[in-house]
Write a protein that binds this ligand. Structure first.
Ligand SMILES: [Zn+2]
Length: 216
């Protein structure tokens, strides 16, 4: 184990708002934050249209877009409510080599909000691929996931909605669902596959590389 280094935080020290942020955040909290380990609370259905809940939905959408992610859950922006958003755009998929997108079963998913979701496994066969998380910035690992699941919950208007997801979208849904129960992909990963996404860059730059915790 190495010496703990002080976190460089020049920008925060310059900012007059340091220490004054409150959730829902416009950044993603990182593993170690106790809120990522809580079982989140259900949202009362009659509160879905309330200002408080709609604010969290809007922040989830904002942070999802800002980070260019495919899924984001409320605990990741510091709110222990049972809700997550997901999407996978044609543009995001086109950034992946077509043969890989095909083998992983990637397909376009429109922006979808799930509130109080329940997940049902449709196909118990598991598929193993590398997976990452905005709350474990800079790292990824192989994670087994069910091939097909059905998610039932409420949408942003308080209407009940059911969606069936296969392969990659099923992986996204299972990953986000786990966040609502305080689980992280690191709990399920094949431990020996944990990889720092920039390990090659570390060598090329002689260690002078930083992992950004905010894409802005
Ligand atoms: Zn995650």
């Amino acid at each position: 184990m190495g010496a703990m280094r002080k976190v460089l935080n020049w920008y925060a020290r310059l900012s007059p708002s340091r220490g004054k942020t409150s959730p829902p955040y416009e950044h993603v909290v990182q593993i170690g934050d106790p809120r990522l380990r809580k079982v989140s609370d259900p949202v009362p259905v009659d509160k879905i249209k309330s200002e408080e809940v709609q604010k969290v939905i809007n922040k989830l959408r904002l942070v999802l877009h800002k980070y260019g992610s495919v899924g984001m859950s409320a605990p990741q922006i510091g709110v222990n409510m049972r809700m997550f958003v997901m999407r996978h755009t044609a543009k995001q998929i086109s950034a992946v080599p077509p043969e890989i997108a095909k083998s992983k079963g990637m397909s376009v998913v429109p922006f979808t909000v799930f509130i109080n979701p329940k997940i049902k496994v449709v196909d118990y066969q598991k598929v193993i691929y590398m997976e990452g998380c905005e709350s474990v910035q800079g790292y990824s690992a192989e994670v087994p996931r069910y091939r097909e699941v059905e998610v039932t919950g409420y949408d942003e208007n308080g209407e009940s909605a059911t969606r069936v997801f296969k392969l990659w979208p099923a992986r996204i849904a299972q990953h986000e669902m786990d966040h609502l129960d305080g689980k992280m992909f690191t709990d399920l990963m094949e431990r020996r596959t944990l990889t720092c996404a920039c390990w090659e860059e570390v060598n090329l730059s002689k260690g002078k590389v930083v992992i950004p915790f905010n894409p802005e």
